[in-house]
Design a protein around this ligand. Structure first.
Ligand code: ATR
Length: 287
């Protein structure tokens, strides 16, 4: 089958982008540009380093210049909730915006991260969440969305561990109000868990320590470990988990599925998942 030919950039080219800080290592442009090319769309996806103090102006700029949409990554997902004209149900439910679509309604904020977490855990770790016991590390933007979504998926028990425990306590309080059937507590478990998820940023830098305090909780008590980080491909946490005999996966699958949903929101076309996955693997694994 011949590949569709992507039109050259011209005055009709539609633009999408990701805003973040830092952004230089984002794999999203590779993923989305491969998808646009596969569908023969005259669209392009760029990455911009945007300081949080300029986020509102940058969103407004994209809107008035007719961008189709943008993604937001660290540290913008919570800030953007107050910077869009309208929130889709997904952004209201999870309290964070990682995707904006520009159109007749103005800037509409969506959240495609929450569903992506569940899809990735299912695909990459064969994990069904209903009734599971889960230890979640991190209570920032990514940790909060993950905690609420895991609760909505009816995990039996959720342990929230974070350097700043007040943030974990705030999330635990919200889960108790919204999902009263989930047992939630702050700190490390005293029993074995089915799944450990890293939603902290510890591991992104080569000299970062592991986000798990193994003095307090041993990886021998965990069946599967998911690290939302995808670069480096194997964090210290994942290497230790593998050595301890756990099933492991990095954040590639989550990046893929949040991106695929964003692509569909912007273009109205089904995302070419295989093309997007291959582009990410090429960009992240180099083969
Ligand atoms: P994101 O949107 O990726 O979640 P974030 O909101 O800045 O980014 O959250 C970063 C998370 O990593 C937080 O849970 C943070 O812990 P604190 O809430 O205590 O700040 C965690 N984190 C970052 N650096 C850390 C470090 N050196 N040690 C432990 N946890 C760290």
């Amino acid at each position: 089958m011949s590949q569709p030919v992507q039109p050259a950039i011209n005055a009709a080219t539609r633009l999408c982008a990701v805003y973040g800080s830092p952004i230089a290592h984002s794999a999203s442009p590779a993923m989305h540009n491969a998808a646009f090319a596969a569908l023969g769309l005259n669209w392009r996806y760029l990455a911009f380093e945007v300081d949080p103090k300029n986020l509102r102006a940058a969103i407004e700029g994209a809107k008035v210049m007719g961008f189709a949409g943008i993604n937001l990554t660290v540290p913008h997902k919570l800030l953007a909730v107050d910077m869009v004209d309208k929130l889709d149900e997904s952004a209201k439910t999870w309290g964070a915006v990682n995707t904006i679509r520009f159109g007749p309604e103005g800037a509409v904020g969506f959240n495609t991260d929450a569903d992506a977490i569940v899809t990735a855990l299912h695909e990459d770790l064969a994990m069904s969440l209903r009734g599971a016991k889960v230890l979640l590390l991190g209570a920032g933007g990514a940790g909060r969305t993950a905690a609420l979504k895991l609760a909505a998926e009816n995990v039996a028990e959720l342990f929230l561990a974070n350097r700043t425990s007040s943030k974990a306590e705030q999330i635990a309080g919200e889960i108790t109000r919204r999902f009263p059937s989930v047992r939630v507590s702050v700190g490390y478990p005293r029993t074995a868990v089915d799944l450990l998820v890293n939603a902290t940023s510890l591991g992104l830098k080569a000299d970062d320590s592991s986000p798990l305090d193994e003095q307090q909780f041993s990886l021998k008590q965990v069946r599967a470990v998911y690290d939302m980080i995808y670069r480096p491909v194997e964090t210290k946490l994942l290497a230790a988990a593998e050595a301890a005999g756990c099933r492991t996966a990095n954040g590639l699958g989550m990046l893929l599925h949040q991106g695929a949903k964003a692509f569909e929101i912007w273009t109205g076309r089904p995302a070419p998942l295989d093309v997007m996955r291959r582009a990410l693997e090429q960009n992240i694994y180099g083969h």
